[in-house]
Design a protein around this ligand. Structure first.
Ligand code: PDD
Length: 285
């Protein structure tokens, strides 16, 4: 089946899904994005994702390309045309096409919109979750506004590649004080020796993950003790459990950090329970 991509008002065959050479997303990474899980053909936590998108657009003064209802229809139609039951839908919105100049183009420049959808192998993901993943740490080298979900992802790309080279699946950024900020494409969590769930506060230093927000609800429902605070790499090495959260991985247990086994080196009970209950607390529609 040929994949179909939505580009600026048209559903195009994958091979013809182009954006313009002077698109500011391409030339300046002047763009934002969202990633939503698709489960059973339905979008997971769409409302929250579209709210975060609105915030990212507002922070960068990129115009809303269309009303949320219309955007939602495009997301669903792209999912439908690609026959995605379990997978991911991606949305990118750029400041649009204009003659190259760093400063913003004229306000009537139309934002560009791209939507892609693809299937994920749920069984393969479950197998990975049953084994847990390895993580490496890398120095934080991103700009101080990573709370905006912008497509400026070069440090994340390099961190992820470093992880892959090291035989790991994720890289955790570590700030200059030795505290973990977040993963290259996920939020970072630990469970302390005394059973407290710890994750960094969602200030400007991390992306406020939608999965993270829902996992906080799951944790409350499970009566887990929570500390929203920074944690150091040293504390993570000594943790009972570690895991990451993201739309594509939900709750993914971490079984080693920088080659050191975490806990007993197997996925932890807390991570497994949060993963199991996640979709009961997420909004699906
Ligand atoms: N990544 N932090 C970063 C840097 C991310 O890129 C992501 C998401 C998250 C988790 O956010 P959420 O729970 O809303 O997915 C945290 C997406 C999945 C991606 O880039 O593919």
């Amino acid at each position: 089946m040929t994949r179909t991509v939505y580009v600026d008002g048209r559903y195009r065959p994958y091979a013809q899904a182009y954006v313009h050479a002077e698109d500011r997303g391409f030339q300046f990474a002047d763009a934002v994005y969202e990633v939503e899980e698709v489960k059973g053909g339905l979008l997971v936590d769409e409302r929250r994702h579209l709210e975060r998108l609105d915030r990212s657009l507002a922070e960068l003064a990129i115009a809303r390309p269309m009303a949320p209802g219309a955007l939602s229809r495009v997301l669903r139609e792209t999912v439908r045309r690609n026959r995605v039951r379990d997978g991911i839908v991606y949305l990118q919105i750029t400041r649009g096409v204009a003659r190259r100049d760093h400063a913003f183009p004229s306000p009537d420049t139309r934002p560009s919109v791209v939507v892609t959808a693809r299937s994920l192998n749920r069984d393969a993901n479950e197998r990975i979750a049953a084994e847990g993943i390895a993580v490496i740490t890398v120095p934080e080298n991103r700009w101080p506004r990573v709370d905006i979900k912008s497509v400026s992802l070069l440090p994340n790309v390099l961190a992820k590649e470093a992880a892959r080279t090291a035989g790991a699946r994720e890289a955790w950024f570590v700030d200059r004080d030795g505290f973990v900020t977040e993963g290259a494409s996920s939020n970072a969590w630990i469970v302390t020796r005394d059973g407290k769930l710890v994750t960094r506060p969602a200030d400007h230093g991390i992306l406020r993950g939608i999965t993270r927000t829902v996992v906080l609800d799951v944790a409350a429902a499970q009566n887990l003790g929570l500390e929203e605070r920074r944690f150091s790499v040293a504390e993570a090495y000594e943790a009972r459990e570690a895991f990451v959260t993201s739309a594509s991985q939900i709750v993914m247990p971490v079984v080693s950090i920088d080659g050191r086994p975490i806990g007993n080196g197997a996925p932890g009970l807390v991570a497994n329970a949060l993963r199991r209950d996640f979709h009961r607390h997420a909004e699906t529609g």
